[in-house]
Design a protein around this ligand. Structure first.
Ligand code: HEM
Ligand code: HEM
Length: 191
């Protein structure tokens, strides 16, 4: 009797890899936006923090760069949310509880990636410094100089920046956990 279930003699054994299992990835536009926004945030966050530490002569350049890149993130995020709602994305991996945790962190990331540029934009206008995008394009604002709310908006910007950083830390730790310990296809889906 021949064994019909096992591999035939002379046949090459292929180890199934994430690639050969045909894992569904995020659509190309979503993957591009993910890494573009991630790279921008990793520049904007430290830029915002060193604004107060740099010398007066260059601080205006730091403000303009930080604010202009941050404002760019707002528009990229609006495109990203539209794209997310209109296109199909793969389901998260793991147990029900893990998927709930992942969805919650992702939703909070989306929320704070909107709160950050909006609060920064409104704060700078409320302090009386309207945004000149990359030093060239004047940007219309719904509010003008409003000292009463300026520091509240700055406070929202400040505290949200720490919440965003904590969420990003959690997010990266989870991605590494999936990749290095679980060894599932989570990271591959976004590459
Ligand atoms: C995703 C976008 C953004 C991130 C992650 C971000 C992050 C930060 C961080 C970490 C700081 C230092 C903490 C603080 O002093 O508040 C900061 C400061 C600041 N950011 Fe942003 N920011 C973003 C967008 C913007 C935008 C769009 C504007 C204005 C158009 C802006 C205006 C400012 C200003 C003026 C400060 C100095 C703080 C102050 O003088 O009160 N930010 N930002
Ligand atoms: C500033 C940095 C980052 C931000 C703001 C960010 C934000 C996000 C958001 C909002 C999602 C949800 C996408 C969706 O379902 O619509 C996501 C997915 C994902 N991100 Fe990030 N990300 C960042 C950096 C990273 C890094 C450095 C890694 C890898 C180490 C990573 C790995 C992933 C993976 C694997 C997914 C897919 C998760 C899944 O399918 O459950 N991200 N990211």
């Amino acid at each position: 009797m021949h064994d019909t279930t096992g591999p035939k003699r002379g046949m090459t054994m292929l180890r199934p890899t994430a690639l050969s299992l045909k894992v569904e990835r995020f659509p190309a536009a979503m993957r591009l936006l993910h890494w573009l926004i991630a790279a921008l945030i990793l520049c904007i966050w430290p830029l915002g923090f060193v604004i107060h530490l740099v010398k007066n002569e260059v601080s205006l350049t730091f403000y303009t760069l930080h604010e202009s890149l941050g404002f760019l993130v707002l528009w990229l995020m609006l495109i990203r949310i539209g794209n997310r709602l209109l296109s199909h994305s793969p389901a998260a991996e793991g147990s029900g509880l893990e998927r709930l945790a992942a969805t919650t962190v992702h939703l909070l990331l989306y929320l704070f990636l909107i709160i950050m540029p909006v609060s920064g934009f409104l704060a700078t206008n409320a302090h009386g410094f309207p945004l000149m995008w990359f030093g060239v394009i004047p940007v219309w604002s719904p509010i003008g100089k409003t000292p009463d709310i300026a520091w509240t908006l700055s406070g929202i910007h400040y505290w949200s920046s720490w919440i965003l950083l904590a969420l990003i830390g959690l997010h990266i730790a989870a991605a590494l956990f999936h990749h290095l310990i679980r060894r599932d296809a989570t990271l591959y889906k976004i590459l």
